[in-house]
Design a protein around this ligand. Sequence first.
Ligand code: NDP
Ligand code: 2IT
Length: 447
Amino acid sequence: MSAYLDHVLDGLHHRYPHQKEFIQAVDEVFASTSILFEDGGLYASYNIAERLIEPDRIISFKVPWMDDHGHIQVNRGFRVEFNNAIGPYKGGLRFHPSVNEGVLKFLGFEQIFKNALTTLPIGGAKGGSDFDPKGKSDAEVFRFCQAFMSELFKYIGPYQDVPAGDMGVGAREIGYLYGTYKKLTSRSEMGVLTGKPLDMGGSLVRTEATGYGLVYFTDTVLKHFGITTHGLRTVVSGAGNVAIYAAKKAKELGYHVIAMSDSKGYIVDEDLDLELVKTIKEKERGSLKDYIQRAGHGSYKEGSVYDDPTLDVKVVLPCAKENEIDAKRALNLVKQDVLVVGEGANMPSNNEAIEIYKQNHIIYLPGKAANAGGVATSVLEMNQNATFRHDAFDVVDHQLQNIMHAIYDQCQMMIDQYHLDPYDYQSAANLAGMKKVCDAMIAQGQY
Ligand code: NDP
Ligand code: 2IT
């Protein structure tokens, strides 16, 4: 790493020693883009790295709300507006007990480069709360969303900052948030939030987009290497929005999806009933442990699917949460001769795991490229909202496929330009995203 980047990273460790996910994300990006930051070079002379790692602003607020027993609960709410060099701040909201400022800074930082890769004009942001929607009634979720938006609405807008969903935030929550925004502002600014329900300005395909985009991207890369994909044994971790639609598209394209997981355990089923998974997880907000009895086949175990040495999978699509795969679990994938890890989640592989993939020639497709279909389709939703259009499913799906292909093209271009290892989509994605953001910052003379 260049002396300049070393110095910037040192400062980061010093200022934010407890924000370990954020430091991990910055480390990962800097290590693979250091060629752009040589001492005395253009980006170093503009001190771009130090400017990039500080968010433009962090909005932090309390969220008091009343539960069904009449008790006042208090959660913390945040919006990290990281960088708007390319366009309005854009990125999801996460409602999960693990949310804190460091987690949202990691997610917001990743979002800057992901959004740059989509080819669309959007900057990077992330927000959320340590509120846990699990086990809450609809009325409680509504009251929480109302309280959350009564602070957030001051800082967002269709050309300012456009939140969407992430873990714990789906169409239900976005509907409540959007309804509150409209009440508070008296404006029907549809483009202020994406992932809206379909009958209030939502876009077809947005629900499916992250998972579908992940599979389009992974499939394109496997075909690029001449690999026959039909029947490849596949594990999808998670059973939420991203995982369900990754599994659906993978099955449609002929992959043999044999396992899925949730926060408690995982199912293995050679005849996976995805409709049943959808019913249990999407409709009933239940647990996968009920799957076996209702399906009448398969098996369920507690713990992580990545600790199981018996799966014999070739395609791994982590779609749950950050740092799900560490070195030990990565070695377990090596033993199974896994061909590809395509990340639907943000940073599901830690840096040691990524190193192990690289040493063992597992094709590694980082989240910021592979899961960018979600945010890209959010922009397609903004586009429809701006012109009061509602595009057909096939129209949006086709645009999504083109965008995932454009991300693949940018990666291939970086591989050629920088003479990277042909498997090194990690450096390729980071370089492509980084160059675009840095060039935009310099062109605007931003300080
Ligand atoms: P959801 O809340 O819909 O689903 C999350 C899933 O992950 C749930 O099935 C949950 O299980 C499971 N999970 C949570 N913690 C763990 C754990 N420790 N081990 C195993 N499984 C776990 O979230 P999304 O599908 O929206 O998001 C998943 C990932 O994809 C996140 O990293 C998110 O940042 C990323 N992402 C999301 C996008 C989107 O548009 N939604 C876009 C791009 C990336 P349980 O049901 O038991 O809680
Ligand atoms: O991580 C992500 O890209 C998302 N949660 C989607 C963000 C968005 O604005 O659609």
